[in-house]
Structures are given as structure tokens and as C-alpha cells.
Design a protein around this ligand. Structure first.
Ligand code: PHE
Length: 464
């Protein structure tokens, strides 16, 4: 282990980064975005964004992190471009915002473990009441944030890495089994059709913006999380192939989550797919249904196991979210890790309170919190913060990181870092594509999407 802590192996880094990427974004966020975005058309756009735009940004973040061995802000300083460290600061800001609402959802999921233990499958019908009970779900959230702070206070490598090795594959296997079961239910095919056969007339501008935000959010990009994790990577690891593996894993698990949810909605709706667009509550309403279908002790066991694994996946993500501000505070402000973790976690929990109470408990933060999101619809505070952080700041961060790497730090420096540990990279097609994508394609597309998203979501102006 190096002075700042290193991942114990190449596998360790991939697991930790995949652990950061795989989380509520895949299992909770992806299905609800697909449902709201009209189904398969969203999926197609999402996949394109992940591979052609996000993958190059991921490679860039990890390379900057490994080169400098610094946190999201310190990395820019270390390369000699202090003026650019605002990109890292913006990343820390969005990380704090994301964790503040992410932890609320994680609290809901955590509470579901106990509902499943009790075999209370009808929680699906009481979900609205459940999230209104802010003292109950808030306590679950508080515990979740506490565990996150505890893990971060111990440092990134260690327990979490080992646990990920066992629990991630278990989660995947369990999801595959649930998918298999869901397919046997009546009307499952209607769900599958909604999910996999694109109807491109549903492709509105807002579908594009949301797909971009979802891609960045799910891959943990645009805010320096992977600069931070990259700083713990060994020089002889292959960044180009590791990033590909992380992207594939993340996308694969999101796709699997859809395969689990949509056949089930087909079943529940009798084939009409009504309810597919119900939003952030989606998985909390559909999943208990499937465990209820299984029924009895087996249903309770499956449900408990599933939500336990989901919480673990969420934990590896909250840990990476908290690690971004903590590594900054530890490196740059020289505050002890343990102290920093507990203080920052407390502050973020407090920032999350409006997101917690904005689901029916407090009217002001629930619907009267007016923004112009999606053309003038009143929205709740949590959705507002999501639109601000995921859909707006992350793509902007990705845009600036790519531009910075190619044109400020310079392409040949980036290339050199990427070539380390990647024999055969130089002169390959991948190198040519990455050069094009990082230098031109990603910065331009992301800048355009950023401007359109801001105009549309916050000013109600639709250009496209
Ligand atoms: N990617 C995580 C998820 O899908 C969330 C996350 C976003 C984590 C940004 C770190 C940074 O759940």
C-alpha cells in the first residue's frame, strides 16, 4: 500500500470503480428513466451515449487521476493548471448534491429490507405513505450515511474491495434468476416489447437530455469520482481495457434491471404498460410485487436478499461519492481522514433533508417547488436536485475534463499515460478514436447538450 493507499490489485481497482458505477443509478434510476422516456428508444440513445461519449470521458478521468495521484482538485494543480481546478471544485459540489439525495433513496431501499423480512409485500401499495413517514425513512437514511462515513473513514482499499468481490457477482446471479422468473409471468412479453422494440416517435429532446444525464450518473462520470479512484491505480494497470470492462459491467447491470422490471410491469398492467412512467417510485412499487408473486417464506427470503444486495451496491456508490470531497479535504486542507469523513457526511445529510421531506411530507419541497423542468411542470426538490446535478453539471464536467485533457494538458501527455500498462495501445484504432472523441467529439456534443438542457430544464425554452 502506497502512502495514500492503493488498490491491492488491478482487480481491486476494477471492482472498486465498478462498485462506484453500479448502484441505485442502474437498478433504481435506469428503469424509471426508461419508463418515463417511452421505453426502448431511450435505451438505444442511452447505449450510444455510454459507449461513444462516456467511455472516452471515463478513460480520461482515470488517466488524470493516475498521472497525478491526486484528488479531483489537486489533480489540476499538480499538472500545473491551477486555473482549471474549478472543474474539480464543481465536481465536489455536484458530488455533495448527488450524495444528499442518493442517500435518501438508499434509506428507502434499506428500510425495504425489513419490510421484506416481515413478508410485507403490500408495501407496494403503501409506498406513498412509506416515504411520507420521514422520521422512519430518515432514520434509515441516517444509518446509511453513518455506514458510508465509517467505511470512508477507514480508507478506500480494504474491506469494501473484498466485499465487492463476493457481493457483486451474487447480485448479478440473483438478478438473472429474477429475470428468468419474471419472463414466465403472463403479459411479460408486452413489457419486453416496450423495453426492447424502439418507437422512435417517442424520441423527444428531453429523452436525449435525460439519457445523457443518466449515462453520466450511472457511470459515475463528470465529477472527479474516477479521477479520485484513478489516483489509487497502479502504473502498470491497463486503463483503456479496465474502463471498457467497467462500462460494460455497468451497462450490463442496468440492462438486466430493465429486463427484471418491464416484464413485471407488463404482468401487473395486464399488458397495457400503465405505470411504466411512474418515476422515482417505480422499483419500490414493482419489485415487492414479484416477491409477493413468489410468495411465502421463499418470497420473503428472495426479497430480503435482493434489497440487501441492492443496499450493498448503493453503499459502494455512496462511498465513492463521499470519497471525492474527503480526499480533497484530506490532501489539500490537511484534515484527518476520520474527522473529515464524519463532519462532511453530517453536512451532506443535512443538505439532503429537503430531498427527504419533499415526498409528500412537506408541501413546499414536494410539488410547490416550481422549476421549469420538462417544460414548466412543478416538481419535487429531489427531482430538481437530480436535474441540476445529474443532467446538467455532470455532462458539463465531462465536457470540461475532456477539453482540458486534450487541449490544455495536451493530447500527447494523455496518450502517454494511457499507453502505460497498455501494450498495443499506440497506433491502435482505439487510440485514434479516443483522440478524436476526447479532443473534439465529446467536448462539442457535451457543450451543446449542456446549453440545451439548461435552457429547457430551467428556462422552459426548447430549441431543438
Ligand atoms: N454511479 C452511481 C450509481 O449508479 C452513482 C454515482 C454517481 C456514484 C456519481 C459516484 C459518482 O448508483
Amino acid at each position: 500500500m502506497g502512502a495514500r493507499g492503493n488498490f491491492s490489485s488491478k482487480m481491486g481497482f476494477i471492482l472498486a470503480a465498478a462498485g462506484s458505477a453500479v448502484g441505485l443509478g442502474n437498478i433504481w434510476g435506469f428503469p424509471f428513466e426508461v419508463g418515463q422516456g417511452g421505453g426502448a428508444a431511450f435505451v438505444v440513445v442511452y447505449l450510444i451515449f455510454c459507449f461513444i461519449l462516456c467511455y472516452p470521458v471515463m478513460v480520461t478521468e482515470i488517466a488524470i487521476g493516475r498521472k497525478t495521484q491526486k484528488n479531483a482538485v489537486g489533480a489540476f494543480n499538480d499538472l500545473g493548471f491551477r486555473k482549471w481546478n474549478f472543474v474539480g471544485k464543481l465536481g465536489i459540489f455536484s458530488g455533495v448534491l448527488i450524495l444528499s439525495f442518493y442517500n435518501v433513496i438508499a434509506g428507502w431501499a434499506f428500510g425495504y429490507i425489513f419490510e421484506m423480512v416481515a413478508g410485507n409485500f403490500s408495501i407496494a401499495d403503501q409506498f406513498g405513505e412509506y416515504i411520507k413517514n420521514v422520521f422512519k425513512v430518515g432514520s434509515y437514511g441516517l444509518i446509511f450515511m453513518g455506514v458510508t462515513a465509517f467505511v470512508v473513514s477507514k480508507g478506500v482499499s480494504g474491506g469494501i474491495e473484498r466485499a465487492a468481490k463476493l457481493l457483486m457477482p451474487t447480485l448479478i446471479i440473483m438478478m438473472i434468476i429474477i429475470v428468468g422468473y419474471a419472463m414466465t409471468l403472463p403479459n411479460a412479453l408486452d413489457g419486453l416489447k416496450f423495453y426492447l422494440v424502439p418507437d422512435f416517435s417517442k424520441l423527444t429532446p428531453s429523452v436525449l437530455y435525460n439519457a445523457m444525464g443518466q449515462a453520466f450518473f450511472s457511470l459515475s462520470l463528470g465529477m472527479g469520482a474516477l479521477i479520485t479512484y484513478g489516483s489509487y491505480v497502479n502504473k502498470n494497470d491497463n486503463i483503456v481495457s479496465s474502463a471498457a470492462l467497467i462500462t460494460l459491467t455497468d451497462v450490463g447491470i442496468a440492462l438486466l434491471a430493465g429486463l427484471m422490471i418491464f416484464p413485471l410491469i407488463g404482468f401487473m398492467s395486464g399488458g397495457t404498460m400503465e405505470g411504466a412512467g411512474s418515476g422515482p417510485g417505480l422499483i419500490f412499487v414493482t419489485l415487492p410485487e414479484i416477491f409477493g408473486e413468489i410468495g411465502g417464506a421463499l418470497g420473503a427470503i428472495t426479497g430480503t436478499l435482493f434489497f440487501t444486495l441492492l443496499c450493498f451496491a448503493a453503499l459502494t456508490s455512496t462511498v465513492s461519492l463521499l470519497e471525492v470531497p474527503i480526499s480533497y479535504v484530506v490532501d489539500e486542507l490537511k484534515i484527518r481522514r476520520k474527522r473529515a469523513a464524519w463532519i462532511v457526511a453530517t453536512v451532506i445529510f443535512i443538505i439532503g433533508i429537503p430531498s427527504l421531506i419533499g415526498n409528500g411530507y412537506s408541501d413546499f419541497f414536494s410539488t410547490a417547488f416550481t422549476t421549469y423542468k420538462d417544460g414548466g411542470i412543478d416538481t419535487d426538490f429531489l427531482s430538481f436536485v437530480g436535474a441540476l446535478a445529474n443532467d446538467t453539471i455532470l455532462p458539463l464536467g465531462g465536457c470540461m475534463i475532456a477539453f482540458f485533457a486534450a487541449h490544455v494538458w495536451k493530447k500527447h501527455n494523455l496518450d502517454e499515460e494511457l499507453a502505460q500498462g497498455a501494450p498495443g495501445y499506440k497506433g491502435s484504432f482505439v487510440q485514434k478514436y479516443l483522440n478524436f472523441a476526447i479532443g473534439y467529439f465529446a467536448p462539442i456534443v457535451l457543450a451543446v447538450v449542456f446549453v440545451f438542457t439548461v435552457l429547457f430544464k430551467f428556462f422552459g425554452i426548447q430549441i431543438l
